[in-house]
Each structure stands twice: as C-alpha cells, then as structure tokens.
Write a protein that binds this ligand. Structure first.
Ligand code: R5P
Length: 307
C-alpha cells in the first residue's frame, strides 16, 4: 500500500527526509489559524486508500495537540486506510502518577486522546519511568525506537577516554546501555528534585575517573537543572568540563544557555526536537520502523508494533 507523509509545521525537514528514504509522497496541506485563534486545516492531496504517516514531534505539546488531532481525523474521513503518528519526542510521559492528591495523571489522558485519533505510534525513548511499556497506557500499536546505539556511536567517534555519568538513578537504564556499546565505564549520581527548577545531586564516586572526559547522559534536558547540578558537582570534584548528551533537548526558557554558562564543554542532542545542539541524527532509525519488518532497527521487543 502506498504511504503518504504529512507533517505539522516545524517537522518539514524530517518529513522530507523520511518521504525520500521510504519512497513516499509528501502530502500537501493547508493549515493556518483564524483571527480568533481557531485552527483551519485542509488536506489538498488525495489520500483515499493510502497509509498516512503524520510527523509531529511533541515538545510544547499543548498548542500542537488540537491541530494534530484534527489532521489525523480528517485524513481518516478522507479515506486514508490508516493514520500513524511519528512523534520522535513523546510528551506528557513524566506525570505518570499522583504525587499530590487531586493531580491529573496527564500521561494517561494524553495517551487516550492520541489512541482515539490515530492507528499507531512510532517514537524514540519515551520517558518510561514507572511504566514498563507504552502498551500500559496506549491502546494503539506502538513502536519504541532506541537512541542508545546512536548515542554510543557518537561518543565513540567524538570523545577520547570517556566516563559516562547518569545524573540520577532513573538515567541508569540508558546510561548503562550507552556505556556498554561505547566500551566506556559509567556511574550514576543521586538526585533529589525539590521543585520544577530546583534539583540537587549528591556526592558521586568519580574521583577515580580524573583523567577521563565525563559525559553526562540523560533522556530529556528540559529546564537543564539536573544537568547543571551535575556539571557543577563534577567541577567541584576537579573533573574535566563534561560533555552533556541528551536524547531529547526540550530546553525550556534559557536552559540551553544556562547549561553552557554552567561549564558544559559541549551540549549534544538527537534531532528528535530541532535545535542548534542537534548532533545525532535519528532519521535512519525512524526510516527503519517505516520499512518492512525485515529491515526494522533496534526497538523495545515488549512493545506491540505495526509490523
Ligand atoms: C527525569 O526523570 C529525566 O530523566 C530527566 O533527568 C529530567 O527530565 C531532566 O529535567 P530537567 O532538565 O528539567 O532537570
């Protein structure tokens, strides 16, 4: 069946590259906002009988969600056989439980919304902390791709004698994976989050790595407070200025500038979210998930997939 790729504004480059890589057509849309702020969406291309792929990375999701849902629904109404969402960064994964009475567990609500407007989801390293699989909250088939091999390859090619450091216990799952593939040692710091932008890390045992280049690895850099605390701590311990690697560079407000100012030697992210720090290309990883099963790249085996 022929595939047609659509994208929301800001995702054109990835959508073009994917279309080229899998030999799909880049579908034409007309999207704008009415003067009152409501969304206008028109699908110009003929999609009847097609498998539609919608590319939309989901950082700062609130302004994107309605147009995305409208687009997915109209594609179905126009006769697309299926509508799959490619969201390299999947938002609303961090509020995954009730921390204080009365809180909305938005990861569940968000999953229900996306599941009712799309037929499948492809994403990269979603923040699965207290959940083991997207299938716990998403009722559509999902493919979870892993950036770890790409991050390891970047570190191997660019950092001499690295020691990989996870800024908190949660990061151990991907730091250990990245370290294994990069043939490098790793350690993990203890983190306490006191507020949205107030994070403390405790004394690590990294003094034995004085001659190595520290590489801080995390899945998300949002306010960058986690990385900034870790950078400060490593500096106080007398280690070299660290390289900071994040899969998803969300960079809220001045986070990127703050992290560089805090003493990071370099900040590198995957292009799951377009940003000047993008140094690791995930296009081929997503392409592999859109191609037939035989050529599928690394992904979590416990996820139901489209293939
Ligand atoms: C935490 O659960 C994540 O793995 C990251 O450490 C966290 O999202 C980073 O957030 P921030 O940049 O706001 O400290």
């Amino acid at each position: 069946m022929s595939m047609m790729i659509f994208c929301l504004p800001g995702n054109e480059l990835l959508a073009d590259q994917l279309a080229q890589a899998i030999g799909a057509t880049h579908g034409e849309l007309s999207m704008r906002q009415f003067p009152d702020g409501e969304s206008y969406i028109r699908v110009v291309s003929e999609v009847k009988g097609m498998e539609a792929i919608v590319v939309c990375t989901l950082h700062r999701p609130d302004g994107k969600l309605l147009p995305l849902l409208y687009l997915c629904r109209v594609l179905k109404d126009l006769g697309a056989v299926s509508v799959r969402l490619v969201a390299p960064y999947l938002s609303y994964m961090r509020q995954d439980t009730v921390f204080k009475p009365g809180e909305a567990v938005t990861s569940v609500y968000f999953a229900k919304l996306l599941s009712s407007f799309t037929d499948g989801l492809i994403t990269i390293d979603p923040h699965l902390h207290r959940r083991s699989s997207l299938a716990e909250i998403y009722s559509i088939p999902s493919t979870v791709l892993l950036a770890a091999p790409l991050v390891s390859a970047w570190i191997k090619a660019n950092v001499k004698d690295p020691v990989l450091i996870g800024p908190d216990n949660e990061s151990e799952q991907w730091v250990s994976e990245v370290a294994r593939d990069a043939d490098a040692p790793f350690t993990v710091l203890d983190k306490t989050r006191l507020g949205d932008a107030d994070v403390r890390v405790s004394v690590p045992e990294v003094d034995r790595y004085m001659d190595r280049t520290p590489v801080l690895v995390d899945d998300i850099i949002s306010t960058a407070r986690t990385m900034i605390e870790a950078v400060g701590h490593l500096k106080r311990m007398g280690l070299k200025a660290p390289v900071c690697v994040g899969t998803h560079g969300v960079f809220a407000g001045t986070a990127y500038a703050d992290l560089l100012a805090a003493g990071a030697a370099q900040v590198i992210t995957c292009n799951t979210i377009p940003h000047p720090s993008n140094g690791i290309d995930i296009t081929a990883l997503i392409t592999s998930a859109l191609k037939p099963r035989s050529s599928v790249g690394p992904h979590r085996s416990n996820e139901p997939t489209q293939h």
